[in-house]
Design a protein around this ligand. Structure first.
Ligand code: NDP
Length: 224
């Protein structure tokens, strides 16, 4: 039976690559973006459903489950992310931007899971794209207060999800590697294709015993 992926941040970077690779692999894809890319709107295949949504529009998120009443989701992928620009170095910290970063990176993933729980298939996988920059243990260079704290908090929330949904869903956080996207920049070593291919392989292998874990794009466990 055809499996269904729902993901956020589908219009560019890793999100667009996820859409393309899962469609090519025969999945049905529900792609969420604030504004969709021409690459998807020009000639959407029948297995692609496009939804326009800002993941911090809490009312729209809360009612998403109703909009998707006809769907059964096998993989929920929280991919949308916000870095926070240069407002995140000591001396330049911007509280309003910090709240925006937390809203996208930490709060939205949990609110989406809450809204979509009734639409998840038994045994569905919930994956959120985190970052090694959210690892407290691996923070040896300081700075990046907004982004680091938002991903560390995402990891913490994922552990609670894993425990609360134990026996029903597998919940993991993934580091995509350092990837050539608008966020990763041109000097990153990995292409979106390589990163997403690696994460897809990890997502195919994850077992209920992995729930609550933090994994690199090649499947290696990462420190908190
Ligand atoms: P990009 O900056 O290329 O893309 C970010 C995506 O998030 C865009 O689709 C953007 O949409 C979407 N987004 C941001 N805010 C919102 C919002 N409020 N509502 C809906 N969508 C939103 O980043 P990447 O593709 O590189 O990043 C994908 C994920 O991977 C992120 O979670 C990021 O933190 C993580 N990551 C990336 C790394 C890298 O090296 N690239 C390294 C570690 C983690 P819009 O176009 O509308 O802004």
């Amino acid at each position: 039976m055809q499996k269904t992926l729902l993901l956020t941040g589908a219009n560019r970077g890793l999100g667009l690559e996820f859409v393309q690779q899962y469609l090519a692999a025969g999945w049905r894809v529900i792609a969420i973006a604030r504004q969709h890319a021409d690459a998807l709107t020009a000639a959407p295949p029948p297995s692609l459903r496009l939804l326009s949504l800002d993941v911090t529009d809490w009312h729209a998120v809360a009612t998403l489950g109703d909009r998707l009443a006809d769907e059964r989701i096998d993989l929920l992928l929280n991919n949308a992310g916000r870095y926070g620009g240069d407002a995140q170095e000591l001396g330049k910290l911007d509280a309003e931007e910090w709240l925006r970063v937390l809203a996208v990176n930490t709060i939205a993933p949990a609110m989406l899971v809450q809204a979509l729980l009734p639409r998840l298939a038994t045994g569905a996988v919930i994956a959120s794209i985190s970052s090694k920059m959210g690892s407290i243990e691996q923070n040896t260079s300081g700075g990046a207060y907004l982004y680091r704290s938002s991903k560390a908090a995402l990891n913490a929330a994922n552990r609670s999800l894993a425990l609360d949904l134990r026996g029903r869903h597998t919940c993991v956080v993934l580091h995509p590697g350092w990837v050539q996207t608008d966020m990763g920049g041109a000097s990153a070593p990995l292409t979106p294709h390589e990163s997403v291919r690696g994460m897809r392989a990890v997502l195919e292998r994850v077992m209920p015993a992995d729930s609550g874990g933090f994994f690199d794009y090649d499947g290696a466990p990462l420190p908190w």
